[in-house]
Design a binder for this molecule. Structure first.
Ligand code: NAD
Length: 305
């Protein structure tokens, strides 16, 4: 099993993931453009590199957790020199960023030309799951490469799935998040309808949890303030999974649907509603948790804001 890991991207997610590799006994050399993020990782036992190229030098495995596909493709492939040119032949690249499947396939193909295996392994679970090593990884790549990644990913998560060949992890990720957006919106509008007719949202939630409307949003992430302790709805929608990231994932889902000429009317509506919500009432809601879509349906008279 590889022991030397280069890790690029120590933001909300990567900043929690890299230290879990150290705890599991891997030697982790990290890089991020942010000096503060780099310092936090050093305090958690990682060793800092002065550049992405230095972080991957001699690494048997390279993991990245970056904001988007443009950054992933630029860093690994299009930059002069490309990061792939600093990674040794035979190494394994695991890109955990959420990007278009086409970006992951391009990365895998470019890596292959240099004798490097690259897989996509986007995650489900947010910042708390990244810190607690309970993420779910959805991998796309050859069986051999995904199996080689398994023990490394297991140090950062509790579930590691192989969805299929290169890009398949990204497809699984956007399908899941499109469905998540749809049932979160449906849950929010149902709760508001009940409240508008005088129901207690906690009582209505209990009823739907035991009825056919039961779903993950209702069970684990109730969007109505005060119904469930320790979810973002009960702390003014702070923390959690940002509206901006949900918008990004819905954008990727719709791009994929266009490519395959699939019908995703619920996903398209969800994208519009999240777009509307992100700027609703002239405020910037992009950094609120995605369950704040509840506010789009609330009326001033209900006491909801
Ligand atoms: P983030 O913006 O907090 O972190 C990204 C980090 O990458 C930043 O620290 C940034 O400085 C660094 N970075 C950017 N360009 C770089 C470069 N060229 N070289 C080195 N470092 C660079 O983002 P995040 O919330 O950690 O999300 C990362 C990925 O995980 C995204 O693709 C996101 O869609 C996905 N994701 C996020 C969540 C979540 O809840 N935050 C959940 C699931 C998936």
């Amino acid at each position: 099993m590889p022991t030397k890991i280069g890790f690029i991207g120590l933001g909300n997610m990567g900043g929690g993931m890299a230290p879990n590799l150290v705890k599991a006994g891997f030697e982790v050399r990290v890089f991020d453009l942010s000096a503060e993020a780099l310092q936090r990782a050093v305090e958690a036992g990682c060793s800092a590199a002065g550049s992405a190229a230095a972080a991957v030098q001699g690494a048997e495995c390279v993991i990245s957790m970056l904001p988007n596909g443009a950054i992933v493709e630029s860093l690994y492939i299009d930059a002069e020199p490309a990061l792939l040119d600093h990674i040794g032949a035979g190494a394994l690249v695991i890109d955990c960023s959420t990007v278009a499947a086409a970006s992951s396939r391009r990365l895998a193909a470019e890596a292959q030309k240099r004798g490097i295996n690259a897989i996509d392994a986007p995650v489900s679970g947010g910042v708390a799951a990244a810190a607690a090593a309970t993420l779910a990884f959805m991998c796309g790549g050859s069986e051999t490469a995904c199996e080689a990644a398994r023990p490394i990913l297991s140090a950062m998560g509790s579930n590691v799935f192989r969805a299929g060949d290169s890009g398949a992890g990204q497809v699984a990720k956007i399908c899941n998040n499109m469905l998540l957006a749809v049932h979160m919106i449906g849950t929010a509008e149902a709760l508001q309808l009940g409240v508008d007719h005088g129901l207690d949202p906690a009582v209505l939630s209990d009823i739907m949890l035991k009825s056919s409307g039961c779903n993950w949003s209702l069970e684990k992430y109730n969007p109505y303030p005060g119904v469930m302790a320790s979810v973002p709805a009960s702390r003014e929608y702070q923390g959690g999974f940002m509206v901006n990231l949900m918008k990004k994932d819905l954008g990727l889902a719709l791009e994929a649907a266009l490519r395959s000429q699939s019908y995703t009317p619920m996903g398209a509506l969800a994208q519009s509603l999240y777009g509307l919500h992100s700027q609703a009432g002239g405020s910037d809601n992009g950094e609120l948790d995605f369950s704040s879509i509840q506010r789009l349906f609330s009326k001033p008279s209900t006491g909801e804001s």
